[in-house]
Design a protein around this ligand. Structure first.
Ligand code: PLP
Length: 242
């Protein structure tokens, strides 16, 4: 087994164990492999080990990698899903709309409108999540949970977007219980959306939270998609600018 294959296996085992502890079926939680800063060859190894969904933060890097992986013509390569999980500036929305399958970091109506307008006709609608700021950090991306419903109402009116749920990146908290309580805020916000009766939420199924360090707490709090990078691909080089 390659190292990536081994590590993927370990992460899947951690997820299954966390689901067992939480009394949830293992099929409830998807794994998004966060391949930022790693090359197409690393993605290839993960694809060969059965992984299909990948998360990327830096748009230009991702666009090049997506093309490189596609050019490899891998078995299973037609089924890959690419998720944008990084901050999006207005001048990057077209690239995102043209190259990704999902965008998890929608936190402003303006970005949502541009993504919808720029999504090419020949592609399926873009699957999006609202990024929540669950711990109130003022400089952090994400909408406060109280504003999620208003943003959802605006997103479902956009023709080329499908709202799938919420995502969050809480700060590290001291200990399992504290981390779980933070994650729980995103699940609560998701439940509010689901209970809202808003038309256009038929596909709402995603609570994206939990990373290498805290996936167990996220699964305990109701995550349906954990985003794991270093636990699969190894430590990243520090990056100064995004
Ligand atoms: C980098 C990143 C991850 C993965 O973090 P790891 O600690 O390497 O698992 C998950 N989500 C987002 C938004 C990220 O930027």
């Amino acid at each position: 087994m390659t190292t990536i294959e081994n590590k993927l296996q370990q992460i899947r085992e951690r997820m299954a164990h966390a689901c067992g502890q939480a009394g949830r079926p293992a099929a409830d939680v998807q794994l998004l492999a966060v391949s930022k800063t790693f090359g197409a060859d690393a993605v290839r190894e993960a694809v060969l080990a059965g992984q299909r969904s990948f998360g990327e933060n830096y748009i230009q890097e991702a666009v090049e990698k997506i093309a490189a992986v596609r050019a490899m013509g891998l078995a299973g390569g037609q089924d890959l899903q690419w998720h944008c999980i990084g901050p999006i500036q207005s001048n990057k929305t077209r690239l995102v709309a043209e190259h990704f399958d999902w965008v998890q970091t929608v936190d402003r109506l303006k970005i949502a409108e541009r993504l919808s307008a720029q999504r090419p006709e020949g592609l399926a609608p873009l699957q999006v999540c609202i990024q929540l700021n669950v711990d109130g950090g003022e400089t952090k991306a994400g909408v406060p949970v109280e504003q999620a419903l208003d943003l959802a109402r605006a997103i479902v009116a956009l023709p080329r977007l499908v709202l799938r749920g919420v995502m969050s990146i809480p700060d590290e908290a001291a200990g399992f219980e504290a981390q779980r309580a933070l994650h729980r805020r995103a699940t609560d916000a998701f439940e509010v959306l689901r209970a809202s009766g808003l038309p256009g939420l038929e596909h709402l199924d995603t609570v994206s939270m939990g990373m290498t360090g805290d996936l167990e707490a996220a699964v305990a709090a109701g995550s349906t998609m954990v985003r794991v990078g270093s636990g699969i691909f190894g430590q990243r080089e520090k990056r100064i600018t995004p």
